[in-house]
Design a protein around this ligand. Structure first.
Ligand code: FES
Ligand code: FES
Length: 171
């Protein structure tokens, strides 16, 4: 059974006729061609790599049917800031070296956007708790936590934005 749906993804209407059991993550990646949203654990809801915003709130798109997003606003990593003006969380992740392979990063960033919208000045413990649903196999989380705390402080003017990270000099 199929259903015609229209989902506004990053401000653009994406209209498709889809199987009613199609997952939102597959709609985003295959239907809309936005591959920054990743599938890590294989549709089990464990890794958080597929996290997107639906109406501004973080959701695991592997646990959401595309038809459930019909008529709604979805934001993916591609819609977070622009190339000329990256979102402050993206700038903080770069500045604080908060990623290595980057596979988990889009999901963590989308989760962090929702978290910081709800928490004005979180402490380290609250940030760590917010990341429970996002697995990262590379970083050990310390730099991710540091970047989210810095992004929060910068956003609310509690801390000036540091200059971009310097590139390592050649050996
Ligand atoms: S792919 Fe969705 S939580 Fe892992
Ligand atoms: S940076 Fe590699 S899994 Fe997080």
């Amino acid at each position: 059974m199929r259903k015609a749906i229209t989902v506004t993804v990053n401000g653009r209407a994406c209209a498709r006729e889809v199987p009613i059991r199609l997952l939102l993550v597959d709609f985003i990646r295959d239907g809309c061609g936005l591959t920054g949203t990743h599938v890590g654990c294989g549709h089990e809801g464990r890794c958080g790599a597929c996290t997107v915003l639906i109406e501004g709130r973080a959701h695991k798109s592997c646990l959401t049917l595309a038809v459930q997003a019909d008529g709604k606003e979805v934001t993916t990593i591609e819609g977070l800031g622009s190339r000329g003006l990256p979102h402050h969380l993206k700038r903080a992740f770069r500045r604080y070296h908060a990623l290595q392979c980057g596979f988990c990063t889009s999901g963590i960033l989308m989760n962090a956007v929702d978290f910081l919208d709800e928490n004005i000045n979180p402490d380290e413990e609250e940030v760590r708790r917010a990341l429970i649903g996002n697995l990262c196999r590379c970083t050990g989380y310390s730099h991710i936590v540091e970047a989210i705390l810095a992004a929060s402080a910068m956003r609310h003017g509690l801390k000036p934005e540091p200059p971009p990270a310097e590139t390592e000099p050649p050996p």
